[in-house]
Write a protein that binds this ligand. Sequence first.
Ligand SMILES: Cc1cc2nc3c(=O)[nH]c(=O)nc-3n(C[C@H](O)[C@H](O)[C@H](O)COP(=O)(O)OP(=O)(O)OC[C@H]3O[C@@H](n4cnc5c(N)ncnc54)[C@H](O)[C@@H]3O)c2cc1C
Length: 579
Amino acid sequence: MTTAEDPRFQRSAPAPGLPPHATNYGAVNGGSSTGGGSSGGASAGQGAFAAGASAYALPGQRSAQGRPALTVEPGGGSGAKGHDSEHRPLDLAGVGIGPANLSLAALADGVPGLRAACYEQRAGFAWHPGMLIEGATLQVPFLADLVTLADPASRWSFLNYLKARDRLFPFYFGERFHIERTEYDAYCRWVCEGLATAGPRAVGGPGKGRGGARGSAAAGPGLHFGHRVDAVRWHPGLRLFELDFTRTDTDAAKQGRSYARNLVLGVGTAPYVPEPLRALAASTGAGAPVVHSAGYLEHRERLLAAGHVTVVGSGQSGAEVFLDLLRNRPAGREGLHWITRSGAFAPMEYSKLGLEHFTPDYTRYFHGLRQSVRDELVPRQWQLHKAVDHGTLAAIHDELYHRTLGGGWPDAVITPGVAVRTAGRVGATRVELHLEQAEQDVRTRLVTDAVVLATGYRERPLDGVLASLEPWLVRDDAERLRIDEHYRLVTDPSVGGAVYVQNAERHTHGVGAPDLGLVAHRSAVILNSLTGEEHYRLPRRTAFTTFGLRPEGALAAGTPGVAEQADRRHEGFRPLRMS
Ligand SMILES: Cc1cc2nc3c(=O)[nH]c(=O)nc-3n(C[C@H](O)[C@H](O)[C@H](O)COP(=O)(O)OP(=O)(O)OC[C@H]3O[C@@H](n4cnc5c(N)ncnc54)[C@H](O)[C@@H]3O)c2cc1C
């Protein structure tokens, strides 16, 4: 029986005496199927989640199948003591499976006894599928995989992926420090499949069926694809978080619920369209294509066939889209415009000391600053995260130059400092952009046959998922979530579990928040915080640069910073005691 068919999953009315959000359920299961989607996950029996599912009811209730319901101990201690381990709530439930939560799942696989599962709305793992342009590479070295910078011995490293595919020698001779994006995506899928099918973890290396740590087999974390988490809430009576989800992998959407002591939100970013272009972007149909770069590959053929294409935005995505169109349109009839309101098509800061802004040392320094200072810093550091890779800029120039060899210039216009004021459709097949160049104080119109909005991404709002937690959340003066040094939301002390966030903390942790190079370290910080142990030993020092001056009598390097001490407001939170 799948989760969706299981009658125990159906929500019903709140039980008398419970708060309105606490529904009266017979018994609840966090999921007995691991939908692998296109990544080919395992079914219930073989899936690692099989032993990580939660199926229990409120004290004193009976399950829908008539069996006495399992009781959850109030207080959220070790769970249903004395009951079968399958019937305990999760220690950690993750929302979203992008690189951030997949890294956490991979590293959680190395924590004996930790019961974790993640829920993803997509049918299978997919890393920015619309931008897997052929030849495009990661902007970080392959060492920034899901685990290596926290645990190079993990079985889920990129090098172990190559080994599993018998590709170590070609990689070694290829000397590629920056792997292709499609390869990173394939590696992440391999980790998903592995976590679902590898079976009990083994101490000291990969393998099936060996005993787990402390003499007992332990299942790895479960990955549930096709599950959109709609809401999470704190249940004070059970001292657990409830997660309500909708199955998106069935024809008829089915709803379910799962329970966990702690949460980690890794919902990533969503495509962003600036206000003047929103109405245009929303007007879909058979007319001129207007697409966000996030959906580029899906529309590539139409864009290549269009008479004239305008790319808006000068970040990495804009540069990659422009380059791909340029390379694949006929010489002399390129019909391309690339415009940006930024003052230049600027290169990314990639000096070795500059990159130290993406170290845990800088993250710690940034977190210790006053919020007003942090807010001033992030926009000033745009060249660390909003600019274009040198190699991509060079490739664009090379391609343009190549097209001048026969005489003449390519039909490609590249103009910085140009803002789109308004935009609209002209007839059925064209788009008109109203442009402004502020330095010249000039306004003009550009008529084009297609537009690619490479206008970036924004952190996906958490307000919807967190709405029921709102009374317990602590916000800053700008109504943003307060987040402590361990990536934990600052909550009312009465909340006995922790809510961690990944890639939602740029305002508190700085420009490194979305960076793949910090993913493994952040996951390890979270797991250490969760377990109350230094399960993953993390480096005391990570940069040659010393960020900031230390006030006299300050604590030694590696000890808690000012911000951490100030944020110790989690009186209700107790780290898990792994047994
Ligand atoms: C095209 C592109 C290329 C990039 N390249 C690099 C690079 O080379 N180097 C680098 O350092 N950074 C890069 N980044 C930045 C960053 O590393 C990536 O965006 C990365 O994917 C972030 O991982 P994530 O897990 O935080 O979020 P995401 O990858 O966005 O994953 C979040 C997941 O959560 C799911 N989700 C959201 N809401 C729910 C819900 N309610 N229920 C269930 N699931 C939900 C989403 O479907 C999604 O799959 C790139 C970004 C883009 C857009």
